[in-house]
Design a protein around this ligand. Structure first.
Ligand code: ADP
Ligand code: MG
Length: 247
């Protein structure tokens, strides 16, 4: 579903990703953990075409991005990539002037060309799935952070993405709200949603992920099944990161 080969990303002289390779088969959940500045967000942004890159290749579903791919030269390809992979950000980015329902039907109607009736029907089912059926008429400002993030997840789901990328979706939330969001994500994983999750939640990585990757300084320094990475870390960076994360 997602295949990244030898991905290199630079900002000027700074090499932010130094040759990352990773493969996520359909239905698998990969967690990415590691110290701040290691390249985790940049990695996700390269996968869905939000950032150009200088080396390697990214394939999502039927679409392949290369360094030659830009918005200007390949608008249709980038549109295809963004339709195939959804993105959930740390900051929820809901439209503040639209109700929850309006937030959820906007893209299906505008981008997928769905009728209002069918978009509403589908949004209603998905709102229920994230535990917010009663909030369809609320505005984002009247929701808690955890509720807003669950709406943001619902807004991704209504687009029927083949895979979803999450970039620290709970780091702006208190522990209770974070728990509500992580529960929704664990549910999606159980239902076979393909996901890559950058997270601070070691519990989530341990209990939900199929594979855990430790990113540091632009490298995937260690990866493996969570049982191995957490119980028997091999790389010194993983060891010190896990000690810090447990504090
Ligand atoms: P993480 O998400 O793991 O904290 P990031 O991907 O945000 O790491 O950042 C990786 C590195 O790339 C950091 O050193 C950061 O300062 C740098 N970086 C990110 N975006 C830019 C940019 N637009 N211009 C220059 N440097 C950047
Ligand atoms: Mg980040």
């Amino acid at each position: 579903m997602i295949k990244v080969t030898n991905l290199v990303k630079r900002h000027g002289a700074l090499e932010v990703l130094k040759g990352i390779s990773l493969e996520v088969p359909k239905g698998e959940v990969d967690a990415v953990i590691g110290p701040s500045g290691g390249g985790k967000s940049t990695f996700l942004r390269c996968i869905n075409g939000l950032e150009p890159f200088q080396g390697g290749e990214v394939t999502v579903g039927a679409h392949t991005l290369t360094p030659a791919t830009t918005q200007r030269t390949h608008p249709k390809l980038l549109e295809g990539v963004r339709r195939t992979v959804g993105f959930v950000f740390q900051q929820f980015n809901l439209f503040p002037h639209l109700t929850v329902m309006q937030n959820l039907i906007e893209a299906p109607m505008m981008v997928l060309g769905e009728s209002q009736d069918s978009a509403r029907a589908r949004a209603t089912v998905i709102l229920d799935r994230v535990g917010l059926a009663s909030k369809h008429n609320s505005y984002p400002r009247d929701l808690s952070g955890g509720q807003q993030q669950r709406v943001a997840i619902a807004r991704t789901l209504v687009m029927r993405p083949e895979a979803i990328l999450f970039d620290e979706p709970t780091s702006a939330l208190d522990p209770v709200m974070a728990g509500e969001v992580l529960a929704v994500m664990a549910d999606l994983a159980k239902e076979g949603q393909t996901m890559i999750v950058v997270t601070h939640s070691m519990n989530f990585a341990r209990s939900v992920a199929t594979r855990v990757h430790v990113f540091a300084d632009g490298y995937d320094v260690e990866n493996g099944p969570p049982a191995q990475v957490f119980a028997d870390p091999q790389h010194p960076t993983t060891k010190s990161f896990l000690v810090q994360a447990a504090k």
